[in-house]
Write a protein that binds this ligand. Sequence first.
Ligand code: EPU
Length: 429
Amino acid sequence: MSSIKIIGGNKIKGEVLISGAKNSSMPIIIASILTNEQSILSNVPYVSDVTTLISLLTGAGSHITVIGEGGISKSLKIQTKNLNFDGEISLEASKIRASILLVGPALARNGHVKLLKPGGCNIGERKIDIHISGMKALGAEIIENNNYLELTTNGKKLKGAVIEMPSVSVGATENLLMAASLAEGETILKNVAIEPEIMDLIDFLNKMGAKITQEGERIFKIIGVDSLSGVSHEIIPDRIEGLTYGMLACATGGEVVLKNISRKYLGGGFEEIEKCGIAFEDLPSDYKFGSVRCYLKTGKINPISIETGAFPGFATDLQPQLSVLMLLAGGTSKITENIFENRFQHITYLEKMGANIAFEDSKTIVIHNSSELNGSVVEGTDLRACAALIMVGLIAKGETILRNAESVDRGYYHFVKNIANCGGKISRV
Ligand code: EPU
């Protein structure tokens, strides 16, 4: 168990180099098993979710070389020719949630997949019914098997189909895009997720030779091909990481320049955060993806009423951080969490530190201005809750100890170091 100590009161001011998007990298690394040829991925964030996935694929016989790139993001050379993989996903691999994304590629590659049923996690039940019904529509059959999820194509190729998903799911859209790319014939996916990270996956798959087009706001058409090739691809910048630093710096009264990202890549959040009073201004930059300056436009934070939703809606991955920013707003705010049932766990700790927050119902919180915040001992329940609790520690009076802090490393590379470099009193203990 790792802890982080924060002494509040310092302004966060400086520059942060933003890495490639974690939520693009996970499916794209997995998509590379759709070919035996080598792929090269650059701008891959070296966060623990990614390193866990690399070690799992390596452990199963893939050859992955990590090439350093200024320390923050890495390039990966991925060769899965020797992946010792008949679709059976090891017990250890089954434990990471992203293993569900191996279902589509495994069925396409081997016609069979077996993994331990992925359970829920701290932020919600995280059902997989849409993944499964989609695979069945493509011709896979479920083998009933108590603790395991096992599917087979009975030796046949997956077959294109028209699939309307009952609700929008990022992971199910990704899984079906990967499976349908190597299926026979045409697949139409309706009610798809259209997060920038999904568009990045589609870009990667199309470079590999897949034939995926967007036919309407939430419709993708995939014409199956016989095989895919290895390609080079650069991961898009991480919008959640960028917006987290933007909110965090402004909450402390400081400002930050995000390097290697621009407004264009900050969708699904920045428009609403701008309404709260934070400006995101593109700067001239030598970085490929640009640079953005984030600062408080008028020196004050405005209250907001917001609901999380699928892209282009407000990202659930920013909700805990926004709830901290709203403690400083000049008025009452309301946040409704529509994506995950259990993503308000940080609220207990904010209240412990003096925040005035009320639950309207299980999905909605009402946040009143709470500028008198005091440091405390708090627990990190998941990745984004950890980021939010570090943020509140930076604005509270005195010392905050965040226990169970390791989740922050799942999605933020060198979070503590970056904040310390911008003037934050923060260290690992
Ligand atoms: N859902 C179902 N059935 C399914 C699949 C999903 O009911 O078959 C439900 C889920 O239980 C959840 C909702 O649909 O309530 C949305 O789930 P989704 O499938 O869209 O999420 P995911 O693919 O599991 C990804 C990100 C999450 C991010 C969500 C929503 C990755 C690796 N993870 O999860 O990222 O919150 O989309 O945008 O891409 C994070 O980075 O902190 C994180 C949790």
